[in-house]
Design a protein around this ligand. Structure first.
Ligand code: GTP
Length: 313
C-alpha cells in the first residue's frame, strides 16, 4: 500500500489515526502525567514509567529501552510530563521507522499475488475489502479470491466487499478446496491482466497441522502458474488481543514466509502499544493499520504520526 506524503501527513489521516488511538494514548498520556507531575526523573519514577509502558502493551524489552533512553537524557532532573511524552514519541518513532513500509505492487508480476493469513476474526476479510477499495482507487485492476472456504459467511462477506468495490470475486461452495480455488483465481486474474490478486484464507489455528498443509498447498499451486507467487504474504493481527499477537506471529511465521503485518482494530482499544512491541521483536514491515470498519479505515503505517498519536494523543 503506498500513499502520497501529502495524504499521509494530511489532517484527514492524522485525525483518523488519533481518534482511533484515543484509548491507547489516554492510558499512556494520563499515566505519564500521573507519574511526572511535580516529580523528578529518577530511579523510582523511571520504574513506574516502565510498568506503565508494559501495561500499555509495548512489552518489557521496549519499556526497558525507552526508560534507559530517558534516563540517559535527563536523569535526576526535573522534567515536565510534556517533555517525557515528547522524548518517548521520538524514541518510539525510531523503533517504528524501519518497519513503516507500504505494500508496493511489483509491476513485473501481473497480478501481484497477496496471500492474507491470520486467525479467525482478526480482520482478514475486512482488510482485503479495504485493500481492494484502496487499490481500485489507485486505478488498479484488483481480483479477490474467497479462499476461506471453511465458513460460508466469510465467502459472503468477501462477495459483499467485491460488490462494494466493483471487484471480481472468485468463490466456490463452502467446503471447496481452497488451493484449487486459489489456482482458479490466479488463472482468471492473469487472463484478465489484473494488477493485484488478494487471496483470503481460513485461520483455524486450533489445527495447526491442517492449516499448515492448506497454506503450503495454496502456495505450491500458485507457483505452478507463477513461480514467484505469492509475492506477499500478510499476517492480519487484531490489536485488541495485545500480547497474544506476538504468539500469533511466532506461529504463522513457521507456517508461511511472512512479508508483512497488518494490525487491525486499533480504534477502540487501549492496546495500540502492541505495534511497537511487534516492530521491535520481529522487524516485519507493518504495511497498514486498521482504525475502523469502513472502507477508508485502513491506512498506510507512518512511524512518526503513529508514535505521536500513541503517546501524545
Ligand atoms: N473496529 C474495527 N473493526 C474491525 C477492523 N477490522 C475488522 N473489523 C471487524 O472485525 C470483525 C472480524 O473481521 P473479519 O474481516 O470478518 O475477520 P476475519 O479474519 O476474516 O474472520 P474469519 O472470516 O472468521 O476468518 C468484523 O466485524 C469486522 O468488521 C478495524 O480496523 N476496526
Amino acid at each position: 500500500m503506498s500513499d502520497t506524503t501529502n495524504e499521509k501527513s494530511g489532517s484527514g489521516w492524522l485525525s483518523r489515526l488519533k481518534r482511533g488511538l484515543a484509548k491507547s494514548s489516554a492510558k499512556l498520556s494520563d499515566g505519564i502525567t500521573g507519574i511526572f507531575t511535580k516529580r523528578r526523573l529518577d530511579a523510582a519514577s523511571l520504574e513506574e514509567l516502565e510498568e506503565l509502558l508494559i501495561a500499555a502493551d509495548l512489552g518489557p524489552s521496549v519499556a526497558a529501552k525507552l526508560a534507559e533512553s530517558l534516563r540517559k537524557r535527563r536523569f535526576e532532573k526535573d522534567i515536565a510530563p510534556e517533555a517525557v511524552r515528547g522524548a518517548l514519541a521520538e524514541d518510539i518513532a525510531q523503533i517504528l521507522k524501519p518497519v513503516a513500509k507500504s505494500l508496493t505492487l511489483d509491476p513485473a508480476h501481473r497480478p501481484h499475488v497477496v496471500l492474507v493469513v491470520g486467525v479467525n476474526g482478526s480482520g482478514k476479510t475486512t482488510t482485503i475489502g479495504k485493500l481492494a477499495h484502496y487499490w481500485t482507487g489507485q486505478g488498479k485492476k484488483v481480483w479477490l479470491a474467497a479462499g476461506d472456504t471453511f465458513r460460508a459467511a466469510a465467502i459472503e462477506q468477501l462477495q459483499i466487499w467485491g460488490e462494494r468495490t466493483r471487484t471480481p470475486v472468485v468463490a466456490g461452495a463452502s467446503g471447496a478446496d481452497s488451493a484449487g480455488l486459489a489456482f482458479e483465481a490466479l488463472e482468471k486474474a492473469k487472463a484478465a491482466n489484473a494488477d493485484l490478486l488478494l487471496i483470503d484464507t481460513a485461520g483455524r489455528l486450533h489445527n495447526k497441522a491442517n492449516l499448515m498443509a492448506e497454506l503450503a498447498k495454496i502456495a505450491r499451486v500458485l507457483k505452478k502458474l507463477d513461480p514467484a507467487a505469492p509475492q506477499d504474504c500478510l499476517l492480519v493481527l487484531d490489536a485488541t488481543t495485545g500480547q497474544n499477537a506476538i504468539a500469533q506471529v511466532e506461529t504463522f511465521r513457521q507456517i508461511v514466509p511472512l512479508t508483512g503485518l497488518v494490525v487491525t482494530k486499533l480504534d477502540g482499544t487501549a492496546r495500540g502499544g502492541i505495534v511497537v512491541a511487534l516492530a521491535e521483536r520481529f522487524g516485519l514491515p507493518v504495511v497498514a493499520v486498521g482504525v475502523g470498519e469502513g472502507a477508508d479505515d485502513l491506512r498506510p503505517f507512518e512511524a512518526e504520526a503513529f508514535a505521536q498519536s500513541l503517546v501524545e494523543g
